[in-house]
Design a protein around this ligand. Structure first.
Ligand SMILES: [Zn+2]
Length: 168
């Protein structure tokens, strides 16, 4: 079982990740990126990535295409810059204080490939009808709540990093 990240608007490249590597990819993105997210559009992106949680959608069911990110045409360049900055921090091994173990070389390779995908994606590729929306919060957890332990933005069912410790 695996998940793939694609960039079909641009080319046929694909990042293939086992379920474990996918969890690592999402958790690292949220752990590192949540530190840097201050503006609402940055926090929204963190919530969106957190929501790629195999404990919600099932193991092997959280792959995505770059066009499915919650892009906003008006904020596109700022969103893109933010994701590239977060990916850069990860590759440069910054903001890793909350990490339980250091990402391995395969994980870093995945982030380098992801950086290229985001760099190649352009505002004219944005198609809001193809986006995976951020799921509604029911009030128990509120939008932009963070995990007391991991400091990451929660999705509608909690913290993606806490969930990773649970069995499927
Ligand atoms: Zn947590």
């Amino acid at each position: 079982m695996a998940n793939t990240i694609t960039n079909r608007c641009i080319n046929a490249e694909m990042i293939n990740m086992s379920n474990g590597y996918t969890s690592a990819f999402i958790e690292i993105t949220c752990l590192v990126g949540s530190h840097s997210a201050h503006e609402p559009h940055e926090k929204d992106l963190m919530v969106w990535f957190a929501q790629r949680d195999q404990h919600i959608f099932g193991a092997g069911a959280v792959g995505f295409d770059i066009v499915e990110i919650v892009w906003d045409k008006n904020l596109f360049e700022r969103q893109k810059t933010f994701i590239l900055q977060v990916t850069d921090l990860i590759i440069a091994k910054k903001n890793w204080e909350n990490m339980e173990c250091a990402p391995d070389s395969q994980t870093l390779k995945n982030f380098r490939a992801f950086y290229q995908m985001i760099a190649q994606f352009k505002s004219e590729n944005v198609d809001e009808s193809l986006e995976i929306p951020i799921a509604s919060f029911d009030g128990t957890i509120k939008l932009y709540d963070t995990c007391g332990i991991h400091k990451v933005y929660k999705h509608f069912r909690g913290c993606v990093v806490c969930n990773a410790a649970l069995p499927y």
